[in-house]
Design a protein around this ligand. Sequence first.
Ligand code: GRF
Length: 220
Amino acid sequence: MSRGHRLRTAVLISGRGSNMTALIEAARAPTFSADVSLVLSNDPAAAGLEFAKRMGIAVAAVDHRIYASREDFERSMDVLLDIHRIEFLCLAGFMRLLTPWFVGRWQGRMINIHPALLPAYKGLNTHARALADGVKIHGCTVHFVVPAVDDGPIVAQAAVPVVTGDTAKTLGQRVLTQEYRIYPMALDLIASGSAVLENGLVHIRGSAGTDDRALIQPEN
Ligand code: GRF
């Protein structure tokens, strides 16, 4: 996907936008291969919009509640993405299910961050479910978006240890810290052309086997 210019990226949010913030901050480095050219929310009251605006990023809201159908809402978003000449999408806490039409339109050009080590713990409440199962390693995943929710080719993962006394909140915070590391890293790998989709899997160029650029391991 390397095109000799910074990949024009929109970050789609619904809420506080802390992953969005991590992406914006990473993209301030001149060596970063993507530019956060737009932050788009389905909720005009999303806290992340204010922050993005203060950072000088173009923002927009498309309120899903005023549309008759999911696809009508997405078509409006798509018009905005087109106006801003967006080439790539990062979902960052974007809480709307996407139709096959929208996913098809952006397939191979849209990634998401999920707070679990996929394919384990798709869906919501991932930290509480991981704790209830007694897993010792949890984490987060950046993946390309496909029609099935929380599925699709994995770009990067970070593993996080579960420690004695963890609650969903403490574990979630430890995972979130890693989300802020791997989401910008994954975007840069793709935008620079280092991570490429091949036959439904992500291949990291110049690596044979596991690539430590795509896997962050526990720190303790
Ligand atoms: C994060 O936990 C992310 O993994 C999930 O939604 C949450 C978004 O949080 N997809 P924020 O809005 O980025 O702070």
